[in-house]
Design a protein around this ligand. Structure first.
Ligand code: HEM
Ligand code: HEM
Length: 186
């Protein structure tokens, strides 16, 4: 008989925590009003906080795409006994988090591309224009800078709730959910 899976595999855990740290760091370094400053002519390459923010954000997107490939082929994720509504809420929250992990960086690329601002990354990497985005019908659909700022706030709120739920499982339900993401099976 197969032993039930009680812990996430090492790669899933590593990618989860690396992504969580990168999201929180990108949020903390989300330099206030820098969209407006760029519209006033600021070259983002001259500001380390913008360069680090954009690099961390693209790291989040890359890690998320890698994670999604891994999710498709990895060992089954752990399952815990819990009421149906709790299981559904957890699934819905994870689904939304996955969506936001892609939507937050993508909205930033739409903002830069549609307003003609450069993408500036650590190591002096720079893409001055993104014509594919600028000429796409999506470019004029919204103020993507505003959308990005809003989504950036939302992902933090959602992951805050998600973290509180994980702590509730650990301290009140004592059911091993948090440990499944923290360490390997002993
Ligand atoms: C998970 C990743 C990210 C998070 C949590 C995040 C969060 C934020 C937040 C909260 C703001 C608003 C700052 C403020 O005005 O107070 C912001 C602005 C901005 N971020 Fe990000 N960001 C992420 C990824 C990225 C990426 C990948 C890029 C570039 C490719 C980027 C470029 C920008 C730009 C250009 C603005 C200014 C938008 C405007 O006001 O027009 N961000 N970000
Ligand atoms: C920005 C921060 C975070 C994001 C974006 C995030 C996102 C996610 C995602 C997408 C999953 C599903 C993982 C998978 O299937 O491989 C997950 C699972 C999990 N996360 Fe997070 N997370 C964050 C922070 C945290 C924090 C701070 C904690 C703990 C205090 C935590 C605890 C967990 C646990 C225990 C699971 C497994 C839950 C289960 O299987 O039901 N996460 N997280």
């Amino acid at each position: 008989m197969n032993t039930p899976n009680t812990h996430y595999d090492t790669l899933s855990r590593a990618l989860h925590w690396l992504t969580a740290i990168a999201v929180i760091a990108a949020f903390i370094l989300g330099p206030e009003h820098f969209g407006r400053e760029m519209r006033q002519g600021l070259d983002p390459a001259t500001r380390w906080d913008i360069v680090v923010h954009e690099t961390l954000g693209l790291l989040v997107m890359t890690l998320t795409l890698l994670r999604l490939v891994w999710v498709a082929v990895r060992p089954a994720q752990p399952r815990f006994d819990m009421p149906g509504w709790m299981h559904l809420t957890a699934r819905a929250t994870h689904g939304l988090l996955w969506l936001m992990l892609l939507a937050v960086p993508m909205s930033a690329l739409l903002a830069l591309g549609s307003e003609g601002h450069p993408l500036t990354l650590l190591g002096g990497l720079r893409i001055n224009e993104m014509p594919v985005i600028a000429q796409s019908p999506l470019a004029n659909l919204a103020d993507w800078g505003d959308v990005h700022g809003m989504l950036g706030d939302m992902i933090l709120w959602l992951s805050g709730l998600h973290a509180v739920a994980a702590l509730y499982h650990h301290f009140f339900l004592k059911d091993g959910v948090l440990m499944s993401m923290l360490r390997s099976r002993r």
